[in-house]
Design a protein. Structure first.
Length: 315
């Protein structure tokens, strides 16, 4: 780095930095010398490659692409970018971006075939304060998103050369176009752009080679099978990673008594609304919320305000 110009380890694309400049010094939180980003729009920490997207597009990949970012997110807004060369203004969409949307990693790309961005999203929410390796690839036919070396999504909606906008900027650490600026709150350790699409095994190998630099980046496996909470995860998907043994066969039946009426019969004089002979009403739901973990089935039921614990094998 010379003054506020960052020279790449490889290639010809230099980057210019403006605004407050801060590098990490705490070895416990990750590699030292990592660029810390405040996420504030003013004063903007601008980290731009070249002076315009038109100038950079002469060097940026056009037929195949791999974009990689080693990063930490400390706070997540609706949008933020890690690397962007994009315009997304209503119906006008060009370029590509690697970033996050609503706590999911995203990789969007537009080709000359469609003229529209295709967004790939990781199925899981990321956790703030942790390091991640996020990669997007495009081989001219297939677009892929990887997180920590693992494939998270792919699409064949795009094909052909990448469609770059005629004007704009290439930005590191933010999602930026003509009318939007969504900076990253966290840290950037390394950003790489290749003019080829890395194979899946190469993305995984890249993660393994550098992951030891980042404390806690390798997730520990859970000690119990599945996540013991209502509908499994914090999005209540009800979807488990554990394989099912088909065909499914009912092993036992447990019956829960019907809920009692919440209050006695209502008044019977409402002839105007044809409610002169109403029965007692039930206001509690009849659905049991199930949690299965460690050989037990636990369910709470509002019919009688109880929690039942049943043996998973026998009921």
């Amino acid at each position: 780095m010379t003054a506020r110009t960052v020279r790449p380890l490889a290639g010809r694309l230099k980057a210019n930095f403006s605004g407050p400049l801060k590098f990490s010094t705490d070895r416990k939180s990750g590699p030292t010398g990592t660029l810390e980003l405040s996420g504030q729009s003013s004063p903007r920490q601008r980290f731009q490659v070249a002076t315009s997207i038109d100038q950079a597009s002469a060097i940026l990949p056009t037929t195949q692409l791999t974009v990689s970012a080693w990063l930490r997110i400390d706070a997540a807004g609706e949008w933020s970018g890690f690397v962007s060369a994009v315009q997304d203004n209503g119906s006008y969409e060009k370029g590509w971006i690697l970033g996050q949307h609503l706590s999911r990693f995203t990789f969007a790309l537009c080709s000359t075939k469609t003229g529209k961005l295709t967004y790939l999203e990781s199925p899981r929410l990321f956790e703030t304060g942790h390091w991640y390796h996020v990669v997007g690839t495009y081989d001219g036919k297939r677009q892929k998103l990887f997180v920590d070396g693992q494939l998270q999504g792919e699409s064949t909606a795009q094909s052909g050369p990448i469609a770059y906008p005629p004007k704009g900027v290439v930005t590191l650490g933010a999602y930026e176009d003509d009318n939007e600026y969504y900076p990253l709150t966290g840290a950037l350790e390394r950003v790489s752009i290749w003019d080829t699409a890395l194979a899946d095994r190469d993305v995984e190998r890249l993660f393994r080679q550098r992951s030891r630099r980042f404390p806690g980046i390798n997730a520990s496996r859970p000690q119990v099978v599945d996540w013991p909470t209502w509908n499994r995860d914090n999005q209540r998907t009800g979807v488990s990673e554990q394989p099912l043994k088909l065909p499914l066969v009912r092993q036992w039946t447990h019956r829960i008594p019907a809920p009692a009426p919440a209050w006695p019969d209502p008044a019977r004089q409402d002839f105007w609304h044809r409610k002169q002979d109403l029965r007692a009403r039930v206001t509690y739901d009849r659905v049991a919320h199930l949690v299965a973990a460690a050989g037990r089935v636990i369910l709470g039921h509002s019919a009688d305000d109880t929690v039942r614990c049943l043996d998973l094998a026998t009921g």
